[in-house]
Each structure stands twice: as structure tokens, then as C-alpha cells.
Design a protein around this ligand. Sequence first.
Ligand code: TRP
Length: 327
Amino acid sequence: MKKRTLTGYRPTGKLHLGHWFGNLQNMLNMQDEFDAYYFVADYHALTTNWEHTENLQKFTDDMVLDWVAAGLDPERCTIYKQSDIPQVIELMLLFTMVTPMSWLERTPSYKEQREQITDRDLNNVGFFLYPALQAADITIVRADCVPVGEDQAPHLELTREIVRRFNGTYGDYLIEPRSIIPEDGARVPGTDGRKMSKSYGNSIYISDTPDEITKTVMGFMTDPARKLKTDPGDPDICPLHQIHKLIADKAEIDRWDGECRAAECGCVAHKRVVAEELCAYLAPFHQRREELASHIGFAQEVLEAGKEKVYPLAEETVSTCRRMVGL
Ligand code: TRP
């Protein structure tokens, strides 16, 4: 029996290289070794964007196209949409019974986003319940492990606590999931050297055109101490080098490292090479994405098939939980 894995993305728009290297490559690698479930977290998107739902369906379709074009194969893994399995909501409700309010209040993402996001109203109960919903997402398929970015680790920890409390109260049934945090490329820097993030405006999006990619790469920060071409640089602190490492082989990286330290190459020349290689690296993805998008209704078909696969499993989990709780 294969172990089960699950992860979800909120459909909030385009994916960037941070998603691509930090998580998506892991998801690709896991589709054969694991019984893999990948879902579009549209209820989760609603918790923070409930006032603006006009793009929700488009973003959901885009997410499926991006995933499949990147190499997720609907035949080898299960791709579905969260709101297609309402069982997850029932499980969340059962979880809210065993979850003290204080556990949700002290979730770091809850505290941070309440403080940092000022352009949206996050005083809604739906947002407060976000981590309980995530716990239900994971346990509804009884996943053994969850590949996520570092920022999601507290949500996984909370899921484990909720599961322990549920099992402790009603009987040992649900699985405590482990998180799998990728070491390689977990921290993909953006143009300004901070972590690549949509909200920092420092991202390279995987669906960007070659012209857009080139423009962004040419604006990348390099070693700030290297003012002149004749100054030796430090590749270890150069964000451009970190991006290059993700796409080039070791021999090429060693050569650029050496030349940078010896002040034998210029940053502008290096940016040109990285831009060119990145465009070539993403070209097959772009081509495949275009092919898939030309097939009208493709994303809907994938989601429909995924729903068929996950629905019985979700029903089995929730009906067992219902019984255990005593309903
Ligand atoms: N909270 C995750 C994010 O913001 C999305 C998500 C929702 C998720 N449910 C999940 C991730 C379950 C892993 C497992 O990216």
C-alpha cells in the first residue's frame, strides 16, 4: 500500500518560481511513490477574499492548467477542487468542537495577516477557522504526509494537535500527518533578495512571457557590495546566483562563481545568461500550457474526474467520524 499525500493551493492567481521550485517539483516527484491528492483550496481563498469572488473560477481553472502543464498527471494523481467535496466542511465542524479558540488565535499566520493585511476585512469567522479547515482538508483523505512551504509548518502542527485531541476523545481513527518541507530551493529569492512572494512584487511568474522574464531578471539584485565590475563579488549572497543555481548544472555554476569571486565577469552579462536560460527552461511548460488551454473545458474535466475519485474516500472518513462522535 502506498502512503497517502495531499497538498492544496489557494487559487489567488499566477504561480511564481517560489511555488515552482519550493513545492511544485516536490509534488511532481511524489505522484508515483505516493497516492497523491492535490486540490484547489477555493474555500480557503474565500476566507480572505470573500468580497471579491469574480475571479475565483478563472483562477481555479488557471491553477489546474498550470499544474498539469508543469507535469502533474491526472491519471497518476487526484486533482480536485475543495468545494466539490462538502464532507470537508462537516469534518471541520466536528473539529471545531475539540479545538479551543486559543489554538486558532495563536496561529502565527492568523496573527500576522490580521496585522499586515489592511486592505481587506479579516474580522470574519471564516478566516478565524482557516486552520481548522486546513486540518479537515488533510484528514478527510487521511493523508500521511503533506509537502508544504516552511510558512505552513504551524498549520501542520495544529492539525496534528487537533487530530490527537479528536482521537483522544472519540477513539483512534484519524492519522496524524507529517509535513515534508523541501530543503532544496525552499527559499527562492525575489528581485530584491527577499523571499519571492506575490505580496512583495518581486516575483518571476512561471506564465510570464520571455520578454517579461528577461525584464525581471535584468532588474535582479546582485551582491550589493560589488559596485564595479572590477570588485570581486560574493556569489553566496547574490540572489541572481541563487536563481541560476536552480536551473544550471554544477559545472556552469562553479564557473560563474569563480569568475564572480575573481571579478572576471560582469553582473549584467550574468543576468543576460540567466534570463536566456530561464526562458529556455520554461519554454516547454509554456508550450504545453498553451496546448492544454486550447482544449476548451479541460480544467473542468480534470476536476470532475478528480471529484469522482476523492468523493467516496471523503464520505468514508466523515461517516466514520460522525459515528465515532456519536451522531
Ligand atoms: N494554507 C495553504 C496555503 O496558504 C493552502 C492549503 C489549504 C493547504 N489547505 C491545505 C496546504 C492543506 C496543504 C494542505 O498555501
